[in-house]
Design a binder for this molecule. Structure first.
Ligand SMILES: Nc1ncnc2c1ncn2[C@@H]1O[C@H](COP(=O)(O)OP(=O)(O)O)[C@@H](O)[C@H]1O
Ligand SMILES: [Mg+2]
Length: 313
């Protein structure tokens, strides 16, 4: 569905996207994940045919996005980061205007407008002015617009950015409903979002791909797999060093202190359990231990680790 090879984009000499190579198979929801400035929007704009790459190539449905941008736009529904909606138009009026631009006419037009308004749960605001809608509704009008021409591929740039939790859940529900018939590439800087809806994750940082896999595989292959969190009270300035010298403890970090109770996290070798050793050490040193909790890895851990190893490369 999407085939990207060595895609690179420079803005005034600065590299925004650096030799990206990846493929997206039909029917998947792929989460494009990375911090602000990682290059997500740039990549999505190139894929949608709105901007040429500096070098490299990208194909959508077998068509080159630059040389066959008309065909590409037909197969893509693109929702930009800030959707250029006309605030003084009514929802229905706006969608009709957009549908006509996309070549729909007559009964097909009316029918499709009804369908996308239902899909995006905006039928109840069809007569409202776009400028009077909440951000969540406006976002869904933009999504309805992107869906009008029945594109098999959806490219959604931060579809839940700035929405409240209820609205975020509505967007997720819509994405799940769209899934059977669409391939979806969505960008986000929120990790939980990717864990909630995506089949695969593309992690991007400073314009480069750090990883591309299922959320499950990414967390399983994590090297510093587990985190153990402690709260303890004890004398001694070498406490962290002592914890760190336990077998299988990679790193001990002091996260905070509250009335003498130190909050400490231990990064532990994958699949190792150090809790018993921590207990024994605490009792030998006469530390008071009031909490010990083993946290299973999240995508956030994967991301942090990949960024760190990328820096040392
Ligand atoms: N039109 C532009 N002109 C110059 N630099 C840009 C432009 N758009 C983005 N950039 C820069 O390119 C990098 C990637 O930006 P962007 O693709 O928007 O990242 P993301 O969407 O992941 O936040 C950033 O360093 C950003 O400042
Ligand atoms: Mg962006």
């Amino acid at each position: 569905m999407i085939d990207v090879q060595d895609l690179t984009k420079h803005y005034a000499g600065r590299v925004a996207v650096d030799r990206l190579t990846f493929q997206v198979e039909p029917g998947q929801i792929v989460g494009f994940l990375g911090p602000n400035g990682a290059g997500k929007s740039t990549t999505m704009r190139i894929l949608s045919g709105y901007m040429p790459p500096t070098s490299g190539r990208a194909r959508v449905n077998g068509h080159d996005v630059f040389h066959a941008s008309l065909q590409v736009r037909k197969s893509i529904g693109y929702m930009p980061e800030t959707a250029p909606l006309y605030t003084d138009m009514r929802v229905k009026e706006y969608l009709r205007f957009r549908a006509e631009l996309k070549g729909l006419t007559g009964r097909a037009l009316g029918q499709r407008m009804g369908e996308v308004m239902d899909l995006c749960m905006i039928s109840d605001v069809r007569r409202r002015l776009i400028g009077h809608l909440s951000k969540g509704y406006r976002q869904r009008v933009a999504l309805a617009d992107a869906l009008l021409h029945k594109p098999p591929l959806l490219i959604l740039d931060e579809p839940t950015n700035g929405l409240d939790p209820v609205q975020i859940r509505q967007v997720r529900e819509i994405l799940q409903n769209l899934k059977p018939a669409h391939t979806i590439l969505l960008s986000t800087h929120i990790l939980q979002e990717v864990e909630a809806v995506c089949d695969r994750v593309l992690m991007i940082h400073q314009g480069r791909i750090l990883a591309h896999d299922t959320p499950d595989k990414l967390t399983r292959q994590l090297r510093a797999a587990t985190l153990v969190q402690l709260e303890l009270k004890g004398e001694g300035t070498h406490l962290l060093n002592q914890l760190e010298s336990l077998p299988n403890v990679r790193k001990a970090t002091l996260d905070g202190e509250d009335e003498g109770w130190k909050r400490i996290s231990l990064r532990v070798e994958a699949r190792q359990d150090v809790r018993e050793a921590v207990m024994n050490l605490a009792s030998a040193e006469r530390w008071q231990l009031r909490e010990m909790h083993r946290q299973m890895p999240t995508l956030e851990d994967v991301f942090v680790e990949l960024v760190a190893s990328d820096r040392t490369r």
